[in-house]
Design a binder for this molecule. Sequence first.
Ligand SMILES: O=C(O)CCC(=O)C(=O)O
Length: 456
Amino acid sequence: MNEEIPVIDFSTLAGGAAEERAQVIHHLETVSHDWGFFMVVSNGVPKRLMDEMLDACEGFFNLSEDEKQVYNVKHVLVDPVRFGTSLNTSMEKISKLCFISSLMAAQPLLPLFKYSTIKEISDSGDLSSLPSCYSCRGPDIDGPTETLEEEVPIIDFSLLVGGTAKQRTQVIQDLGKACRDWGFFMVVNHGVPKSLMEAMLNACMGFFNMREDEKQEYNEKHVLDPIRHGTSFNTSVDKVRYWRDYLKVFVHPDFHSPAKPSGFREISVEYATRTREMTKELLKAIWESLELKPDDMEEALDLNSCFQILVANLYPPCPQPELTLGIPPHSDHGLLTVLLENGVNGLKVEHNGKWVHVKSLPNSFLVNTGDQLEIVSNGKYKSVVHQAEVNASSTRMSLVTLVGPSLDNVVVPAPQLVKHKHQLAYNGMKYRDFLEHQQANPLLVKSLLDLLRLHN
Ligand SMILES: O=C(O)CCC(=O)C(=O)O
């Protein structure tokens, strides 16, 4: 249809005689009702300014991708400057990216438009090969080329909390050595009931098994939202996709829980409490292993208000697992991370420049050091780099509970470990800012720690 769009003369509205103005107002009323659309002429905005504004915007789009990246797909309400593509890539279905990359890779068109999660794709059986957007392996990302089968250090928690003074001292020394040499250890005899560990794994599986529309309420929120469900790492910034769905729930200092599945809240409150207490005991011992006074720990880290998050990672069977990863090499942002697996292995930790394939003992927790521990220990205990691999035949689930200092804490190296000014190895940073930065950017190996490190 060829119709003339209504025209409003702004100069008459702003500067015309009363009668002319009344006419324009009446016209505005009619076009708003009939069209909801009109053109404004004689608007008083100089043509020069309009042209300059268009040129300035074009200039922005013509910047290099690196220069624009700083504004890439931020939070829709919080961030005052946002640059991105499409409408909001984090809310759009997963498969659009795959669709584009299938076209680019000249793969047969995959019927994936309808899927939002890896679980949905995997359950559908539609895939015989991996869409190229998940193909993330290569020298840039893989890190060490060699993989070893080595025994990781084992810590008997019962001797730390219930053993003789001599046994406790020995465990503290073992913990110090494990943190220094590995950044990783397995905890046995921890006292968390096996039934609770199983119930927590089942509750998380119950969440992932809910209908997609039931989970959607938590989809792709801002990284500091207390309950988040999603896929990959952070789809609004990921350059490639990872073969993983996740649920992230903040459980301390304020406890949160998804409303469903039933029982999730009760089980997770108990699981979070038991694992938090265990982690705090481990931290106390690690603190002592640095020859620091236990009393100083509270002041340095404010653990009464510690931040704790539960993360459930789901890695469904993958058609070509050798081409992708569940999570790429990274270190964790907190002090200590405690990981429980559903009996399917897939975790690799970096040790002495090689990957070590971790095989967890039944009923044990896998514990690793995080970035805040590296900072507060002034680099004596480095956060360990690790990654999650996927497999072709079984669904792997890992349940992570990570404890960090209070979110308001500015974490700095413990002054007792910095005898001379030149020994100071890191700048401090508020933990909330650290967490937000790490979660809102592509997951890269220790990239934020590298910024805070004072000597390279
Ligand atoms: O699933 C795993 O084994 C690793 C999980 C992990 O690295 C994470 O959640 O940050």
